[in-house]
Design a protein around this ligand. Structure first.
Ligand code: ARG
Length: 580
């Protein structure tokens, strides 16, 4: 299915081909940065001018002449020092609109080159409760999963649980010293965390405790039956609580292969890298040194086995990488973690390059969630905010808002809406930010019905659905029945054109979000769509339209807007309600 952007690209490619023969890259056509210049622009003249040593402006003018006018766009104009700007004719929008409006995928086809994409996300260190810091990886990863599935890829969502690290030495020691089985049954994860904190405090002041905890970890890792049994209980307890959170967030995984799963492979991997001469001994430890081809890593060798024989986070990640290639045939692996792990992933990716592994590796890193004091979000007592409590508060606050507005609804209904709005608002506050930046968390802002928020978008969806409900009372059912919709382009109100334009840029926003692994592009699109729709609705009467064809056309616009909002919100993991 062709979108206006595709027509422009085709015309551009055609005239380029005629003038220069095959060129070795695809020109970029993107929305104009300044709408006053037109709808779409390309910088192709600058790029060609460089290799041809020509003047970009002259080149752009030649191309503009060669492209000329089409049934869908006016003759392109040259702007600035060589941009080619295109302005579409209303017919371009209308024809595309008619083609997409009856398609549940809104004209966005599945890719013809599906890839196997592993998404490594959430991946908490267990035996501790999830806290607010785990939110971003979990929801970003989930959206990347949904986006890539929608685009037709084979996606494997893998929760790379930290189930084998130092925290287990601490909780095993804590349990042996102070453990009360009853508390472990009553409130497993909370209790384990208490034990963890207790031992951590003790080990701050005592080298002996540190040593004991380390011993317990070593015993576990070398297969001691008592520690193994405790570990299994602790893991089970953690997973039970984790699942509750994932269910509330409606996040799913295909696998949860934790670090422990890879433990038996680590020795072999170190040996293999030593044999290949990629790793070598350094003061008893084993490291991968990066040469001159990786200038930023020259002083940062990757440690894969300590001199005492212990393996590291990185060793596990190498094993995990091999496993995902061999067993799943991954073409791409996306790791979603906070920015502090940049160096670790740079090292891992450099090693993959040295080994010439046939896979595309991406670190989708993100900033922190800050409190209003601009420091990482904490409770008043200074402890990390528990995710469970954050979700409770989101739902409670949303319930109060809904309760104040809709006294008429049943408590169950209000509960349902509060969950969708509360959890949706929390997710959206995160997803709508450029992920690489920190952001300040404010309940009032994220739950506001105004601005770039989930409540605003859900409300827009509810409003349109209610317009359509009203229409059906007047005998208008789904406009999809209007097969012979004939639009007279001349009579289009400028705000109708604006709405069409926005509707048809959905695909672009989606592709951008997926290419950059940045859902905020999709959020910005949905927000723009909701705003344009409100203005359209204000300026262009729908049910009270002057003529029957205009009414039908406008209803079709409403319906398609609702469909787009609904699909977009679903891709963000937010439930688009019909009533609120
Ligand atoms: N468990 C790690 C942490 O909490 C994140 C793991 C990310 N995934 C990976 N393959 N390293 O920091």
């Amino acid at each position: 299915m062709q979108f206006p952007q595709d027509w422009i690209l085709d015309a551009l490619k055609n005239s380029l081909y005629q003038k220069f023969g095959q060129i070795p890259f695809t020109p970029i056509v993107e929305p104009c940065t300044n709408p006053a210049f037109g709808d779409f622009q390309t910088n192709i003249a600058f790029i060609l001018a460089q290799s041809l040593k020509a003047n970009p402006k002259n080149l752009a003018e030649e191309l503009a002449k060669a492209i000329g006018e089409s049934p869908f766009f006016y003759p392109p104009e040259v702007g600035g020092s060589g941009f080619l700007n295109f302005k579409l004719k209303p017919k371009a929008y209308l024809d595309t609109f008619l083609a997409i409006r009856s398609d549940p995928r809104l004209g966005i086809e599945q890719t013809k080159q599906p890839q196997t994409i592993v998404i490594d996300f959430s991946s908490p260190n267990i035996a501790k409760e999830l806290h607010v810091g785990h939110l971003r990886s979990t929801i970003l990863g989930d959206v990347l999963r949904k986006l890539n599935l929608f685009l037709g890829h084979r996606v494997i969502a893998d929760n790379h649980l930290g189930d084998w690290g130092t925290q287990f030495g601490m909780v095993i020691l804590g349990y042996k010293k102070y453990g009360r089985p009853q508390l472990l049954t009553q409130r497993p994860l909370e209790y384990l965390e208490e034990l963890y904190i207790k031992i951590q405090k003790e080990s701050d002041d005592s080298a002996q405790i540190r040593e004991e905890a380390k011993k317990e970890l070593q015993k576990l890792q070398s297969g001691d039956p008592e520690n193994r049994t405790l570990w299994e209980r602790f893991v089970q307890a953690s997973l039970g609580e984790l699942d509750k959170i994932y269910q509330r967030l409606n996040v799913k995984f295909d696998f949860s292969l934790g670090e422990s799963f890879y433990h038996p492979m680590l020795e072999g991997i170190v040996e293999q890298l030593l044999q290949k001469g990629i790793a070598r001994y350094s003061e008893g430890a084993v490291c991968v040194f990066f040469g001159k081809s990786f200038p930023e890593l020259e002083d940062n060798p990757l440690l894969i086995r300590k001199s005492d024989g212990a393996f590291l986070y990185a060793t596990t990640d190498i094993a995990t990488l091999f496993f995902r290639l061999q067993n799943w045939g991954a073409h791409r692996i996306i790791y979603v973690t906070d920015s502090r792990q940049k160096l670790h992933f740079n090292q891992l990716f450099a090693l993959a390059q040295i080994l010439a592994l046939p896979v595309r590796l991406e670190h989708v890193h993100f900033g922190s969630i800050l409190g209003e004091d601009k420091k990482p979000l904490k409770t008043r007592e200074g402890t990390p905010v528990k995710l469970r409590e954050l979700l409770d508060e989101a739902e409670n606050r949303a319930y109060q808002l809904i309760d104040a507005k809709r006294k008429d609804l049943s408590p169950e209904k209000k509960q349902h809406i509060a969950k969708a709005v509360g959890i949706g608002a929390l997710k959206y506050a995160d997803l709508s930010q450029n992920r690489t930046l920190d952001y300040v968390f404010k309940w009032e802002k994220l739950l506001s019905f105004d601005g770039n928020t989930a409540p605003y978008l859900i409300n827009a969806h509810v409003r349109i659905r209610s317009i359509m409900k009203k229409a059906s009372l007047h005998g208008y059912n789904s406009t999809l029945g209007f097969t012979s919709l004939k639009f007279e382009t001349e009579a289009l109100h400028p705000q109708e054109i604006e709405l069409l334009k926005t509707l048809l840029s959905f695909k672009y926003a989606l592709c951008l979000a997926s290419e950059e692994n940045s859902p905020h592009h999709l959020c910005s699109f949905l927000y723009a769509l909701a705003k344009v729709f409100h203005k359209f609705y204000e300026l262009c009467p729908v049910l009270g339209a002057p003529t029957e064809p205009i009414r039908q056309r406008r209803m079709a616009f409403c319906e398609c807007t609702a469909q787009t909002l609904s699909l977009g919100l679903n891709l963000l993991g937010i439930e688009p309600l019909d009533e609120m």
